[in-house]
Design a protein. Sequence first.
Length: 434
Amino acid sequence: MDRDLVALGGFIGMFVLMALRVPIGVAMGVVGVLGFAALSGLGTAMNLLGNVPLSVLTDYNLAVIPMFILMGSFASHSGMSRELFAAGRAWLGHRRGGLAMGSIAACAGFAAINGSSVATAATMSQVALPEMRRAGYNQGFAAGLIAAGGTLGIMIPPSTIFVLYGVMTEVDIAKLFAAGVVPGLMAVAFYLVVVAWMGWRHPQALPLGEPHSWAEKWGSLRDLWAVLVLFVFVLGGIYGGLFTVQEAAGLGATGTLVIGLLRGRLRARQIRAALVDALRVSSAIMTIVVGAFLFGYFLTITQFTQQAVDWLVSLPIGAYGVLALVMVGYLVLGAVMDELAMILLTVPIVFPAMMQLGFDPVWFGVIIVMAVTFGMICPPVGMNVFVIHSIARDIGLAAIYRGTMPFIAVDVLRLLLLCAFPALALWLPQLLGL
């Protein structure tokens, strides 16, 4: 049987199953096993199906993902997200678009203790969106802003996407976390500029808020000590050499639980809800990881991966031409595919090609994470957009997508700047001696 035709049939089958609304992890796993069976026999494929899930789910390096998700879940259920938004509202709420600016700041702060884009968007949509709606903000723009702010969850460390990329490419995860800080702060700054510009162009859509006294402003900061302690404890421990990234994830989740208990914010009901939420998200992620590994083994025996790498490297358009082609490919895939699936499916192909073309693996990790964030807010899939729509049913998907467009525009600008000036991502890891 022609291996190229089998590989092509595998991709077509996977996208057909996705179009039929089969979960993407299941779609990749089914096609991977069936394709492997077509080329190597049913017995070999069944052995693959028995071994791969066990090896993936018991991989110590991947344990960091559910632990960081649990950390964010405990933080959300203990009210830290509301404290972050309250502080942003107190300091910025009196400005035109101040609640929107406060929401961006809160998203950035929550991202620092939560590694999930979807969790950040879901949490902040329940905290900030009702406040902006009561204040008279344009609903589509407010929802689009939170969808875009949610993408900070996979750029500002800790980040589950950086973890997956690091595990797959054997790049130091601590370096990746450090490299994501400056681009993440750039995203915050650019989003704030978008809000200020929208407030200037369409003042009726972003009304002025009520001013807060200095006592209220300083008082709002007192409640942020828990977030600061967790951020310093986790990242300070990693870069101070006290513990590994995997240990930091476990200790961060434990620390968040302890702080919530000591503050009286986490009781039996909240702990149970946090555990259920973390289990639900972790299960979905690990299903995608298992499915991607099964599909990856299938592609390996078809020799599609190596052929694709050779083709990319041989293109007569130069290294940056190939990079531009890869970025366009991610923009297209982001419109139809989950960001985790994109990373797991494409990194085995594009990473070897980028390394042969001489790009830095840490810098490319930042670039690829930035590229997949577009998929979180781009039509027609836009996972963050769907999450917010499921919470605020009366705001149409089209309105939310329109609200994300200014943020997508500055994200493209940020990506171009990172491509032109790699030092923006590599400066901090070098400063830390990593």
